[in-house]
Write a protein that binds this ligand. Structure first.
Ligand code: THU
Length: 160
């Protein structure tokens, strides 16, 4: 028997203001689109701003549905838009902000497992890392310099 140890290293910024200026700009766009999310059921709004290699920025937010499972997270809304409209352009970074209408969210909100799996597909397709930044409404911002840090032991097309 052997053990496999998996180590993940993330960077934590104390606040939005500590981020590099270009990332601040993306976070502002994530916040802008977050506040337009359609989330009448959870009252939990999420926005994602994706920077593409060609400088284009793609925005997405969560879209809920009366049939709850038919809704979609912000990250996948944005990443699938990027995949649909810029299929040959690599994703450089995804910047995420979440806000609850019920409390002030100060905990950085990571992408859910399904979104991690979806983003992993693009990281593997483009063969270069995608940097992820995520925050709540206020407070600390977490940076992961690759999606792989957030989803070790990923199932990808090498298993097919
Ligand atoms: N949500 C996202 O948009 N992204 C995530 O990574 C986590 C959850 C959305 C889905 C749902 O509309 C609401 O947040 C509450 O789960």
């Amino acid at each position: 028997m052997e053990e496999i140890e998996i180590k993940t290293v993330l960077q934590v910024y104390d606040s939005f203001l500590e981020l590099p200026k270009d990332v601040q700009g993306l976070m502002k766009q994530a916040v802008f689109v977050r506040d337009k999310a359609y989330a009448p059921y959870s009252k939990f709004l999420v926005g994602a701003a994706i920077l593409l290699e060609n400088g284009e920025v793609v925005l997405g937010n969560n879209q809920e549905n009366a049939c709850y499972p038919s809704g979609l997270c912000a990250e996948r809304t944005a990443v699938y838009y990027a995949g649909a409209n810029f299929p040959d352009v690599a994703i450089v970074s995804i910047v995420i902000s979440a806000k609850s209408l019920q409390e002030v969210l100060t905990t950085p909100t990571p992408p859910c497992g399904s979104c991690r799996q979806a983003i992993a597909e693009y990281e593997s397709k483009q063969n270069s890392p995608i940097t992820i930044y995520f925050m709540g409404e206020k407070g600390k911002v977490v940076k992961s310099s690759s999606l792989a840090n957030l989803l070790p032991f990923v199932f990808d097309n090498s298993y097919l």
